[in-house]
Design a protein around this ligand. Structure first.
Ligand code: ADP
Ligand code: MG
Length: 679
């Protein structure tokens, strides 16, 4: 089997050079890859229903005899239409076909066919329009549907797969050794390949799929475990294992239990034999920054430097401000490095950083730039990690000699998925919000009620609070949607006594920062903004948010936006404005209204959008799964996870019987790029 991965697809019977390129485009440059190009769907012709029992409006297969030669009707405009009747002996069914003049040749009177299509009722009788059909003696009954590309249809792919299957030896080398297959009741690879492509029955298909899903999860998990252990180098920055007591004294508040646990876990990691590799996961407002600060403080006490990378300039500036206010008085020297820093200042900063005079540098991805060098980088933190690729995380870490790594994420990923996405990290969960947090009320209204909403905003302003007004577009766009500037004018008109700031992504970083500073200082009562405020921005006095065209946002994005309020001691209100009445939108917005639980929202989002989107366009850097679904196959995922851990920790992967499995891991991760897999 593995040699088929060395066989160029062009060498396969019936493919050749031109088609070979199309196969390559489909992700099958070799015969081996083609065998692993699984159907995206199947047409099942096996379950046939009597015409009378076929559910209306659903695709089904019926077996029926054609009662008469199809008759031709010419419609005005020249279109051709054919009609005939077929029967299953009990019930008749009207058949209509458009624009296919071969119908009379293909459908013979007195012959029995299988028809596949949506059953309808027309004038009281059963009917199908343009069903697919085959003579009943057709042999293969579950038809694979392949991902197709221009010039390469599913049928051609199926043909090539048949030829490829013919090359698979009777008993191909199986990455899963017999003992493992037996333990988890998985079929042999040869059987699985045969039946995933051309299943004889739904049961065979299920058996094949189960095995392949398990294998894929197992390979993925083992790969992740290997990456993780690849970082099991020596800890070059061992801190003393104590919880940083003095740090607690710097804080204006008492740490929550969850924060204390996360800090203790991090400190313990950093005192261990190998570098820390940890994810801190906590919903918006759970206080991740304090955890980061504690760990920075610990590392800096040990005489090393720390770097914190944030996805936006606003956020970097904000972290810089709060961390230098917190740690500065204790003698920690902090600096801010973003793309907008002037050349002279930048040079100066880089020099002191390289000389070790700066203890903590906070910045955007500008930190990864080649020119940035450290004196002794002991800790790398990335905030809102889902915005960064694995590669960026690694690039920053390479500025030091195996520094400790901390990743902070506000995306409440369901646990199993977290294990998957961050399988190479240990996880701390901040499952407790700081005390005194107020609940956020959420309302959904249509734009006719905007005036009332504005009055409600005014009430909050009168009480000394501030608010965000979120507007979807920077520039004038589709009808009915205002640009930020136009909207800001409306807002200024409606709130004549309030200073209104404007913030959007196209502003210069320095401008953005200035606006944010003024808003944080209370100089602006209201901030009209696009989703640039979505990430991390922290102004506790802001207690009201209005989101215009709420239908334009995904659930997780809404959750991030709403996380900007309810951060202080004030009861907060979020008002969604939408005139969209599509049932899905309403369902989404109602669900959002009903809960502030990030995990519930993440779960719903996952169901609505699927994991691909969920992880932000594969930014996580994980290899793409070919058959397994992280949402549908959770049970197999858990089994494979357990199996992987056991194999890995018992050193069980080294034996000869796992040579093929090791090959699969290498193959899966070879395509990811940027990830080192030590095998
Ligand atoms: P996030 O997890 O979203 O990054 P932050 O670290 O920005 O949250 O913290 C949110 C707010 O809560 C900040 O204003 C911070 O000062 C405050 N905060 C954090 N921890 C505590 C605590 N233990 N008690 C009170 N307030 C806290
Ligand atoms: Mg944060």
């Amino acid at each position: 089997m593995s040699s088929l991965f060395a066989m160029d697809i062009q060498k396969l019977k019936g493919v050749g050079q031109k088609r070979g390129q199309l196969f390559e485009k489909l992700g099958a440059p070799t015969v081996g890859d083609l065998l692993r190009l699984y159907p995206r769907d199947y047409q099942d012709w096996t379950e046939r229903l009597p015409i009378a029992q076929a559910p209306l409006g659903e695709v089904c297969v019926v077996r029926a005899e054609v009662l008469r030669v199809p008759s031709q009707v010419r419609l005005p405009g020249g279109k051709l239409l054919f009609r005939t009747t077929a029967t299953d002996g009990e019930t008749d069914m009207q058949l209509t076909f458009f624009n296919n003049r071969y119908i009379p040749k293909l459908l013979e009177e007195g012959r029995t066919y299988l028809f596949r299509g949506k059953m309808q009722r027309v004038k009281g009788s059963s009917a199908m329009t343009s069903p697919e059909f085959v003579p009943e003696e057709r042999e293969q009954e579950i038809v694979p549907i392949y991902p197709a590309t221009a010039g390469l249809g599913s049928r051609v792919v199926a043909g090539a797969v048949r030829n490829a299957l013919a090359l698979v030896p009777e008993a191909p080398g199986d990455p899963l050794p017999p003992a493992l297959r037996e333990e988890y009741q998985l079929c042999h690879l040869g059987y699985a390949l045969e039946n995933i492509h051309f299943p004889r029955s739904q049961t065979d298909l299920e058996i094949a799929r189960r095995r392949l899903v398990f294998e894929e999860f197992l390979v993925l998990q083992l790969g992740l475990l290997q990456i993780k252990s690849g970082r099991r180098e020596k800890n070059l920055h061992p801190v003393t294992g104590e919880y940083p007591e003095e740090f607690a004294e710097l804080l204006p508040f008492r740490l929550t239990g969850a924060q204390q646990r996360a800090i203790a876990q991090g400190v313990q990691d950093m005192a261990g034999l190998s570098p820390m590799n940890r994810l801190v996961q906590g919903d918006v407002g759970s206080g991740k920054t304090a955890v980061a600060a504690a760990l920075c403080w610990t590392v800096i006490q040990g005489g090393w430097q720390a770097a914190l990378m944030a996805p936006t300039e606003i956020l970097a500036a904000q972290h810089h401000q709060s961390l230098s206010a917190l740690l500065g008085p204790a003698g920690v020297r902090c600096a801010l490095l973003t793309g907008s820093l002037g050349a002279a200042k930048r040079r100066e900063l880089l020099e002191s950083l390289a000389a070790g005079e700066i203890h903590l540098v906070i910045g955007t991805h500008a930190l990864i730039s080649e020119k940035v060098a450290f004196h002794g980088l002991g800790l790398v933190i990335t905030d809102e990690q889902h915005r960064f690729g694995v590669n960026q995380r690694v690039a920053l870490a390479q500025k030091g000699a195996s520094p400790h790594l901390l990743v902070m994420s506000a995306t409440p990923i369901p646990r199993t998925l977290a294990l998957m996405a961050y399988g190479d990290l240990d996880v701390s969960v901040l499952d407790e919000l700081p005390p005194g947090r107020q609940t956020i009320e959420t309302y959904l209204i249509d734009s006719a009620k905007r005036d009332r909403a504005f009055r409600y905003v005014q009430k909050h302003l009168d009480q000394g609070r501030q608010g965000y007004l979120i507007c979807p577009l920077i520039e004038e766009g589709e009808s009915g949607m205002m640009s930020v500037d136009a909207y800001a004018e409306t807002v200024r008109g409606a709130f004549p006594h309030t200073a209104v700031g404007v913030l959007h992504g196209k502003m210069k970083p320095a401008q953005k920062e200035q606006v944010m500073e003024k808003f944080a200082a209370g100089d602006f009562g209201l901030l009209v903004a696009t989703t640039v405020v979505e990430v991390g921005v922290d102004v506790p006095n802001a207690a009201i948010m209005l989101i215009e065209n709420a239908e334009r946002y995904g659930l997780s994005q809404l959750h991030q936006l709403r996380g900007r309020i309810g951060r202080g001691q004030y009861p907060s209100t979020c008002i969604l404005i939408s005139d969209n009445s599509s049932p899905e939108t309403l369902e989404r917005l109602r669900l959002f209204k009903s809960t502030t639980d990030g995990f519930a929202i993440a779960d719903a989002d996952l169901k609505l959008r699927g994991p691909g989107d969920f992880f932000g366009q594969r930014q996580h850097g994980l290899p793409q799964l070919k058959i397994a679904s992280m949402t549908m196959d959770l049970d197999l995922l858990r089994q494979a996870q357990r199996c992987a851990r056991r194999l890995f920790h018992s050193g069980g992967l080294e034996g000869e019987e796992y040579r093929k499995l090791r090959g699969e891991i290498q193959r899966l991760f070879a395509k990811t790029g940027g990830q080192r897999v030590a095998l």
